[in-house]
Design a protein around this ligand. Structure first.
Ligand SMILES: [Zn+2]
Length: 351
């Protein structure tokens, strides 16, 4: 989670750039062929305590983005079409892919309807364990626990700690502490941390998470619609870089195979969980290529350039932060200005 001064700086930067129109100049050098916008959830705001608000845009904003892109002459494409265009390397293409990670239920209930209305495709990268109910997005489990409790008991390295969670600042502080514990845990310890929270606080976090995520019927309906491309996003959503090589390969391969078997179609694209440098290294990019994925996306910030045809296993994306639901942000992203600034003026962002 970004600290306040950082988020303000981010906002000022984006808005400042937009108002001074520097981005128009940057556009010639950095806009390239377009970009892959990353989303997670499309939901109405859920009150002051929303520690994951960065992952959430409203249906109205999502609708506005698509209308704005269409009006601006952007062609909204699937990842398959996008890779095809990148391989062809036509620098005049003006492409945007709408990419969703994890497999939240509101992708089915809200985002899909909006895409249908606009007649545009989307790509959803599904964590198969989330759909099976065998793995859980801890960030929402922790949020939900804190929303409903005045205090939370937590096993901090063997010591029982009671975290006050009555007021909004207390809930936010407790969320920061708990999310740090999860973020720093090894992948194999995350399920155990969740178990411990459930037992100590007598709560069923898993049932909450199940309602938050799609079921297989929903995933299948989307895949069969012809409008939604389903990509892989591992089985348990680990930071792959922290796993042994064979385990990392199994996470990627097993999620793809399960999706292909259930949906009856090949799964050609993958998004790496978390997608940061800490979670994805060169080995993971090589694994995705070895497993035969046509493309793999990270969360490195960048637009798409013709040179990406040689880096399809390490495509950057432009993550839409729900705290800044403004079309100016989208314009600055697609202008390439933020790519230049985030990557020391490096134009082709890959591994
Ligand atoms: Zn994810």
């Amino acid at each position: 989670m970004m600290t306040d001064w950082k988020t303000y700086a981010y906002k000022a930067l984006l808005y400042g750039l937009h108002s001074t129109r520097i981005y128009k100049a940057a556009k010639r050098a950095y806009a390239g062929m377009g970009g892959i916008l990353t989303f997670h959830r499309v939901v109405e705001p859920r009150g002051a305590f929303s520690p994951n608000a960065a992952l959430e845009v409203t249906p109205a904003f999502y609708d506005t983005i698509i209308a704005h892109l269409k009006a601006g002459g952007w062609r909204i494409v699937t990842m398959t079409d996008l890779c095809h265009c990148l391989r062809r390397g036509s620098p005049t293409d003006h492409l945007v892919a709408l990419s969703f990670d994890d497999g939240y239920r509101d992708n089915f209930e809200n985002a899909f309807a909006i895409c249908k209305r606009h007649d545009v495709p989307m790509t959803i990268n599904v964590t198969t364990g989330f759909i099976n109910g065998t793995s859980f997005p801890w960030w929402y489990a922790v949020e939900e626990l804190l929303r409903h409790r005045d205090k939370v008991i937590f096993n901090r390295s063997g010591n029982m700690v009671t975290l006050p969670a009555k007021t909004l600042p207390q809930k936010m502080a407790a969320y920061r502490l708990l999310s740090a514990a999860f973020s720093h845990a090894l992948p194999r310890d995350i399920a155990q941390l969740l178990d411990s929270l459930e037992v100590l606080n007598s709560v069923d976090l898993r049932s909450y998470c199940r309602n938050l995520l799609m079921n297989w019927d929903m995933v299948k309906t989307l895949a069969d619609s012809g409008r939604v491309e389903i990509g892989a996003h591992t089985v348990t959503h680990p930071a792959l870089r922290l796993l042994e090589a064979n385990h990392a390969e199994a996470e990627l391969g097993a999620s793809r195979d399960a999706l292909a078997a259930i949906l009856g179609r090949p799964i050609e694209h993958v998004a790496f969980p978390y997608g940061s440098r800490q979670a994805v290294g060169r080995r993971e990019l090589e694994l995705a290529a070895k497993l035969g994925f046509t493309s793999a996306v990270t969360t490195r910030h960048g637009t798409l350039q013709p040179e990406h045809r040689s880096h399809l296993a390490a495509l950057p994306r432009l993550t839409v932060n729900g705290r800044y639901q403004s079309l100016k942000t989208i314009d600055v992203f697609l202008s390439g200005t933020s790519t230049a600034l985030a990557n020391r003026f490096n134009r082709v962002v890959s591994q």
